[in-house]
Design a protein around this ligand. Sequence first.
Ligand code: NAD
Length: 296
Amino acid sequence: MQVHTVAVVGAGTMGSGIAQICAQKGWQTRLCDAFPESLEKGMENIERFWDKGIEKGKTTKQEKKEWSKNLEFCIDLTEAVDGADLVIEAVPEILELKKEIFIQLEEIAPKNAILATNTSSISISSIANVTSCPERIIGMHFFNPVPIMKLLEIVKHEKCSEKTISFAELVGEKLGKETILVKDIPGFATSRLGVVLGNEAIRMLSEGVASASDIDTAMKLGYKHPMGPLELSDLVGLDVRRDILNSLAESFDDDSYRPHPLLDKLVSEGSLGRKTKKGIYIWDENGKKERNDLPG
Ligand code: NAD
């Protein structure tokens, strides 16, 4: 199976990154979002990434021009998926929303298209089983920032066909990612550990165990993590992490996964991390951070 046309649904942190690397690969790529301002933001993210690459001498103006030609932006989902070989959904981590999107995709996407979700934690079968074509639905979990992170976690569920799995692996390989194949257990092999670590670090911060930067330094220097759990939570998005924790708590029927109240409080105040310039830290345009006035 060849890849010519890819549609990405949701132009946020992940969707814009996924669309960017597909366009760079030379695939006809359509980035779709239900909200014009989010689509605009997604376009700006891609543009900024390429401009920074040009500034640093990693990308040429000619490459940017070629890649831009492969990218289209649309609000209309039917238009976005027209003729697509692959559709990747990257809307917020809300099961009902994802189900709605997949019910629509079954109707409007080409009958042989592979339909992937970038969910971080939701069981793929709970999404796939709302359609009558679960065999062509799969989890393709990319990491943030998508153009840089090497891992693609492929999540297969019981009804997923071998053809769908091979196709997802091929896409990963073509995009230069290292793929791992994981069973359909909520949180998979990555998010379950990642969010628990981040939530515990937030608990420690609220208990005054140490400052945010000291907790991060502890894990970087003591455990060789490339980034501390608190700065990583800000990078991922505190709302995204909160949603993943709630989704794990519901899936496993275990309240120990629930977001710590400080995480809930930050999200309800609109402090979502780097994307809003304020979260556990205060962030500037260039990704430099300083202490926020939080407990600890
Ligand atoms: P985000 O909030 O940055 O972006 C979501 C986008 O979806 C927004 O632009 C929003 O306008 C759009 N949207 C909402 N409803 C829509 C609809 N009905 N149709 C089309 N677009 C719609 O979220 P994100 O961080 O990009 O996360 C997206 C998905 O990727 C989630 O499932 C998340 O768990 C997963 N994920 C996130 C990360 C991360 O680090 N942020 C990493 C891996 C996976």
